[in-house]
Ligand binder design. Structure first.
Ligand code: AGP
Length: 367
């Protein structure tokens, strides 16, 4: 096992470090000479033209990819998107649009609820597309079309590199759908692809700076509660950051749409409660800052996660992590990295079993 960990203490840390390559490999599999090519996936331009609704169905972190992808698809493609928890989807007698595409996201391709949701879509003659990491898995075999993520085997129960590659698959699909449907210009198309190609390096730069997060994590290891707040795509990032924290560090954490704080959560903020504000979306920056200020005035200890250049966050936050600039649609790919590292280092500081957290399995094959 030590050899398999390639010198890292845990699989999770190894897999965090594999993200630049996993993202690069997934991107290279579908982008050739600056053009997206979905021919191996089997989605033709005519298929894409016909789609007027998208369902994204998944569990856990894969569902969080769907939450981020929803914003990207709706903004770029102007097609309505519903993101569904697979475990809920099939129990509510869903009204399904026959011209919809159902995208099922799953690392393992074996998650029971996701597989059942896929089958329900097929019974209703809805086209299904699996975004799957494990070749030949049940979801890959049964979906009409498959977009394989090239993350390689993921051992740690807490997903990192599979999540990152699923995001890439979603971006690529959104960009191509937007091109085919004519909702973006040729220039915009080229610019988006160019920006995607910068992500592996930017992810690497964040990983290279991990010691700062390790230091911060060691001070937070005794936290009782952590709140992650953000709006729009930042809220989707919060959902994943919070899951990373709770699943491996056993610290209670919640992700909240920042505007919802006043509707309940803010009563939980006490002296010293850690609140992490995620601020990657320029249009929402000031709004989230003011929500952070509200938390601080109730005693919260604030961490900010934002883009280089937003240095005035230091007037508000007690500790800040900066990430390289990218197009706001793709910010999830960068912002998630420090949050993975934070969950990891808190778990290590508490002496927990990082790769095999209690009560959890890598693949949930029962309902
Ligand atoms: C995330 O770290 C978890 N391991 C879990 O939420 C996972 O994403 C979920 O169980 C879905 O698994 P799948 O991608 O294999 O379908």
């Amino acid at each position: 096992e030590a050899a398999e960990k390639a010198g890292f203490e845990h699989f999770m840390m190894k897999e965090i470090h594999e993200q630049p390559k996993a993202v690069q490999d997934t991107l290279s599999s579908v982008v050739k000479d600056g053009q997206i090519d979905l021919s191996e996936i089997g989605l033709t331009d005519e298929n894409i033209q016909d789609i007027d609704q998208i369902y994204i169905i998944a569990c856990g972190s894969a569902y969080h990819v769907g939450m981020a992808a929803q914003y990207v698809f709706e903004d770029m493609v102007r097609v309505p998107v519903r993101v569904e928890l697979a475990s809920e989807f099939r129990y509510r007698n869903p009204i399904l649009n026959p011209k919809a595409l159902a995208i099922i996201i799953s690392q393992s391709g074996e998650t029971a609820d996701s597989l059942a949701a896929l089958r329900l879509c097929k019974e209703n003659n809805i086209r299904t597309l699996g975004i799957v990491n494990v070749v030949g898995s049940s979801i890959a075999r049964e979906a009409d079309n498959v977009f394989y993520t090239l993350a390689g085997p993921e051992i740690s129960v807490a997903t990192t590199k599979a999540y990152s590659t699923q995001l890439i698959a979603a971006y690529v699909l959104a960009i191509q759908f937007a091109k085919v449907k004519g909702t973006i210009s040729e220039e915009q198309y080229a610019a988006y692809i160019k920006e995607l190609e910068t992500l592996p390096d930017k992810i690497q730069r964040i990983i290279d700076d991990k010691e700062r997060i390790q230091w911060f994590a060691s001070k937070q290891a005794n936290a009782k509660d952590v709140f992650f707040i953000g709006r729009g795509i930042d809220y989707a990032i919060c959902l994943e950051g919070s899951l990373k924290m709770k699943e491996i560090s056993y610290i209670h954490s919640e992700a909240y749409a920042a505007g919802e704080l006043k509707h309940g959560t803010i009563s939980l903020i006490e002296d010293g409660t850690l609140v992490i504000g995620v601020l990657t979306q320029p249009a929402l920056y000031e709004k989230t800052v003011s929500n952070m200020v509200e938390c601080r005035s109730r005693g919260a200890y604030l961490m900010g996660l934002t883009t280089f250049g937003n240095y005035n966050i230091e007037d508000t936050a007690d500790f800040t992590v900066y990430m390289p600039k990218t197009d706001p649609h793709f910010a999830t790919s960068l912002a998630v990295i420090p949050l993975q590292l934070l969950g990891y280092y808190v778990s290590v500081a508490k002496g927990l079993d990082v790769d095999k957290p209690r009560n959890l399995a890598k693949s949930v094959t029962v309902e």
